[in-house]
Design a protein around this ligand. Structure first.
Ligand code: SAH
Ligand code: MG
Length: 210
């Protein structure tokens, strides 16, 4: 057993609702956040205790509902572009009766964010949509993040290829190139304290300084 398997063996079994969604994700090949990254994401959410969360990339609302469970009083806005995913997410959110705290928006996240009025602010952002667009998401949401607010981005090491771009198959070259640009931009950005945690598929954790 390696360390990751060991950690996984220590994580408590998911609640029944989450097991349902995990099964659905497996059967329909929907990429949901891995368990160890999820634990860290939820721990950050619990530490920060945000009032308003933005999630970019809902899929079936698996991470959305977990964040809701971690901070039930927080208002969560979550954006999904794919029509089928949006419909499934809407059903899941309604089924678990969380609709009054969770706002699900159908649309391209970059476009939706660029239409946010300046006074729309968040204190926690989870980026988990199109990997090639992370930089655009980050730059467009940064002005809406309050001082001390947190931005977490998933999959920034993308299957180990980000560290070893020469190993990436052709179809991943653009994603890998763009994620490398994203990681460099964020780590150098003086408006944020950032830390890249090699957890799961790579989690970039940024805290806004001003
Ligand atoms: N956060 C989810 C998984 C999201 S998977 C979880 O961990 O449970 C990534 C999702 O982002 C997919 O459903 C995909 O349709 C969506 N997506 C991709 N590009 C997008 C965009 N430009 N705007 C909004 N959603 C997007
Ligand atoms: Mg992800």
């Amino acid at each position: 057993m390696d360390s990751l398997q060991y950690i996984a063996s220590l994580i408590a079994k998911s609640p029944a609702w989450a097991q349902d969604l995990e099964k659905f994700a497996r059967e329909h090949r929907v990429p949901i956040i891995d368990q160890i990254s999820l634990q860290l994401l939820l721990q950050l959410v619990r530490l920060k205790r945000p009032e308003r969360i933005l999630e970019i990339g809902t899929a079936i609302a698996y991470s959305t509902l977990h964040m809701h469970e971690a901070v039930p009083d927080a208002y969560i806005t979550t954006i999904e572009k794919n029509e089928k995913m949006y419909a499934i997410a809407a059903k899941n959110i309604a089924r678990f009766k969380k609709s009054e705290r969770i706002e699900l928006i159908h649309g391209d996240a970059a476009e939706v964010i660029e239409r946010f009025p300046p006074e729309k602010t968040f204190d926690f952002v989870f980026i988990d949509a199109a990997k090639s667009q992370y930089l655009r998401y980050f730059q467009s949401i940064a002005p809406h993040v309050l001082k001390g607010g947190v931005i977490v981005a998933d999959n920034v090491l993308f299957k180990q290829f980000v560290a070893q771009p020469e190993e990436a198959p052709k179809r991943f070259k653009t994603i890998v190139k763009n994620l490398r640009m994203f990681n460099e931009y964020v780590m150098k950005n003086e408006d944020f304290h950032s830390s890249l945690a090699p957890v799961g598929d790579g989690l970039m954790i940024s805290i806004k300084r001003t």
